[in-house]
Design a protein around this ligand. Sequence first.
Ligand SMILES: [Zn+2]
Length: 56
Amino acid sequence: MTAKFLKVSCRDCSNESIIFSRASTTISCAVCGATLTNPAGGKAQLVGCNVVETLE
Ligand SMILES: [Zn+2]
């Protein structure tokens, strides 16, 4: 499995962030502080954002 970076948009404020698809920590929105991803089995689980684009 290839790890990728994802461009995501915060559901609360629409701020776009680049996150690692296998992030092992919780990532929060830099603007509003909403949780964007939680770590889940070596893979980031998106919880508060929508994927805009997958970056290879
Ligand atoms: Zn936000």
